[in-house]
Write a protein that binds this ligand. Structure first.
Ligand code: SF4
Ligand code: SF4
Length: 704
């Protein structure tokens, strides 16, 4: 796993009146235990991976409390796990990245929301929306609306986040409804502190087990007709009013008074950005006192009509700040005001942009637009001059730097997935470019230069399924690329089983790097066991497990090859065979090479230990002989390794820059392999850096 959470695990033990310091997402973790959660599950994904990672690493402590932790194989399994709270008074929490994870979990969530819950359930969503988002730009809000599940969006400070976790469970129980809590990237990583409470041992737990199923069998708890017809009515007639009552009585939303007769309704998660914007406009002080009254919605669904109308009634105009589209909140607020016959002017998306993140810059512009007609007496010139300065700084930077080359994201140095795409690129030069169906994971970087392979991206584990329609219509076999994480998440059933059922053709490349790497190298069912990883320094650990191959064989895949990624020649031969063999049916290449990032994490302490003990250690590096390099940069176009770059040609008679390998090279060997497989110029050399040399090394050095 990418991090050890030793310090964070200690903070989970804090008791009454102590102070927790750390990140927002870890405050959630502590607050779950303070709430007496019985079970926790989830599927990793930024920005909420740390929640589950900490829980998994804190297993011993959680065992003491009786809390069960499950590293689920998908968001669907995590959502289904919440079924434990339908019949039993057990509080449960799960986490994943949204919107993608919520899409995967949708089926189980619908059923859960229909049946309703007895024990409180909280779904912690990493709302991956905005400039740092890496998936489809959609909002979880739509899921809350369609299923009538409640959605919290706490103000990003640790005390509010922790409180909303505890209140979220209570709200869930008061209204028999699952509650979701969205945390944007910044909220997950915001740092701060809060005063802790002691952890509660759960009412139902691994230490306090259930005595069988409920004594009385209750049909109404099954999301199945005829119960579903009643459940549909319960949602709007009983659960929704109960939730609104709880929200109002417990003041889950916060009103910040101000002196003006205009107001702002803001999603809780945007509150910090709003305060920064108000300060920039000269309308708030550094301690959070604002001249404009604010209603911060820590609960963005359901909205409470009395609360909204009460806030708006005495104001000339209100502005709704709601990031993303469509404007769900604004539309509902408009309905409330109209029904109550309140004439307050309503603004929102007419002052702000519809799609995209609300940065401070955008908020300053939008607020100025809102205030100009409704509070013209306010001096907002500070905001205007800040925007001018910002514009000048950007223009100055652009004129100084000129047009910068695009810098697409790419694989880590020495990544085992890079050689596979080098081999695919080489073969495509001979047989023509195939349609490449890409998947979610590190290998998606091959969609960018210099590989430019990847025509579609349809979701995690979906690449082979996404090629099913293309393959029968293509003159060349379509290729699907999938990581081992994606394979276990969805690829095995949605892709492989479907292909076999339909007697499909085509090629599937599975990147078996040993972990769910892109999300922080979490373990998979096929991860090599710990002892197999501790092989001699330098060896690959990904080969110690054959679960993927055995599963594929068991399912009936007849054409199956496992190839060492770094052997570009062997990979190219195998890939060519898969693309050209007359044999029909699915052809699977398991490309085997351990995630380099995880490998380095694993090896670094071992190497440091060896060096400390004065033992001999050899580190491999590659280099380019600048006299031989022709300067055509074919090697760079085949590799894309960030440490293989260019420098000025030292030869005054040659103008083209030469290739060079800078210090970060981890000696993965791809440079040499590519030079060999693509018959490039013979400028690459392999060097061995010997640390703590032996007598023989020293002697050899003198002789040479
Ligand atoms: S995390 Fe691992 S698999 Fe992903 S790009 Fe880096 S080395 Fe490659
Ligand atoms: S050998 Fe080449 S591809 Fe591998 S890490 Fe070094 S420079 Fe990068």
């Amino acid at each position: 796993m990418e991090r050890q959470f030793t310090k964070e695990i200690e903070s989970l033990r804090l008791g009454d009146g102590e102070t927790f310091h750390g990140e927002g997402i870890l405050a959630v973790t502590k607050a779950l235990l303070q709430s007496g959660v019985s079970y926790v599950g989830g599927y990793q994904g930024a920005p909420v991976s740390h929640l589950l990672d900490v829980m998994v690493q804190a297993k011993d402590y959680l065992d003491e409390l009786g809390v069960h932790v499950e590293a689920c194989t998908s968001e669907a399994s995590a959502a289904a796990m919440l079924g434990a709270s339908i019949n039993y008074p057990a509080r449960g929490a799960v986490t994943w990245k949204s919107i993608v994870g919520t899409n995967v979990a949708a089926d189980a969530l619908s059923y859960l929301a229909s049946a309703g819950v007895m024990g409180g359930t909280l779904i912690v969503l990493g709302e991956d929306y905005g400039e740092g988002g890496v998936v489809a730009q959609e909002r979880s809000h739509a899921f809350a609306l369609k299923s009538l599940m409640w959605l919290l969006d706490p103000r990003p400070n640790l005390a509010t986040i922790a409180e909303m976790v505890e209140r979220g469970f209570e709200l869930s129980e008061a209204s028999s409804t699952p509650v979701m809590m969205e945390l944007r990237i910044r909220a997950c990583h915001v740092r701060g502190s809060f005063t802790t409470k002691r952890n509660l041992a759960p009412a139902v737990s691994t230490r306090n087990r259930l005595d069988g199923p409920p004594k009385e069998f209750i049909y109404d708890r099954l999301a199945h007709p005829p119960a579903t017809f009643r459940q549909e009515k319960l949602k709007s007639e009983v659960r929704l009013p109960a939730a609104r009552k709880f929200i109002l009585e417990n003041r889950l939303n916060e009103v910040f008074a101000g002196s003006e007769n205009v107001g702002i309704l803001v999603q809780g998660g945007l509150y910090n950005g709003l305060m920064r914007a108000l300060r920039t406009l000269g309308l708030a002080d550094p301690f959070g006192a604002s001249r404009i009254p604010i209603l911060a919605l820590n609960v963005v669904y359901p909205l409470v009509p009395e609360e909204i109308v009460g806030f708006a009634r005495d104001k000339k105009a209100i502005l709704v700040l709601e990031e993303g589209q469509p404007e769900f909140i604004e539309q509902e607020v408009a309905t409330f005001l109209r029904r109550a016959d309140v004439p307050t002017r309503l603004h929102g998306k007419d002052c702000m942009h519809m799609a995209g993140e609300y940065s401070v810059e955008a908020l300053v512009r939008g607020l100025a637009r809102f205030l100009a007609p409704h509070a013209p007496h306010l001096d907002t010139s500070g905001g205007a001059s800040w925007l001018r300065e910002l514009k000048d700084a950007k223009e100055k930077a652009a004129s100084l730097l000129g047009a910068l080359p695009q810098r697409p994201p790419t694989f880590c140095v020495g990544c085992p997935e890079r050689p596979v795409f080098s081999a695919m690129k080489l073969v495509a030069q001979d047989i023509g470019r195939p349609h490449v169906s890409m998947d979610v994971g590190c290998h998606a970087f091959a969609s960018f230069e210099p590989f430019s392979q990847g025509n579609t991206l349809l979701g995690y584990g979906m690449s082979l399924a996404a090629a099913a329609g293309v393959n029968p219509m293509s003159s060349r076999r379509a290729v699907a690329v999938m990581g081992d994480g994606g394979f276990w998440h969805n690829g095995l059933l949605s892709g492989v089983a479907s292909n076999l059922l339909n007697k499909g053709d085509g090629v599937l490349v599975i990147m078996k790097n040993g972990y769910a790497s892109a999300t922080g190298t979490q373990e998979l069912i096929s991860s090599p066991p710990e002892d197999a990883r501790m092989v001699a320094v330098g060896a690959s650990a990904a080969g110690a497990d054959r679960t993927i191959e055995n599963t594929l064989k068991g399912l009936g895949v007849n054409w199956l090859r496992t190839v060492n990624n770094y052997d570009v020649g062997a990979m190219a031969r195998t890939y060519r065979e898969a693309m050209t063999t007359p044999q029909k049916g699915l052809k699977v290449i398991v490309a085997e090479g351990e995630c380099q990032l995880e490998r380095q994490r694993r090896l670094k302490p071992q190497v440091a230990d060896k060096l400390k003990k004065g033992e001999r250690h050899v580190r491999v590096k590659y280099g380019v002989d600048e006299d031989t390099c022709t300067g055509d940069h074919s090697c760079i176009r085949l590799s894309g390794c960030p440490t293989l770059t260019v420098k000025d040609n030292p030869d005054p008679l040659r103008r083209d820059p030469v290739a060079t390998v800078i210090d970060g090279c981890v000696g993965c060997g791809l440079c040499g392999e590519n030079a060999h497989a693509a018959v490039l110029c013979p400028s690459f050399y392999r060097a061995e850096v010997v640390q703590n040399p032996s007598l023989f090394d020293k002697l050899l050095h003198k002789v040479l």
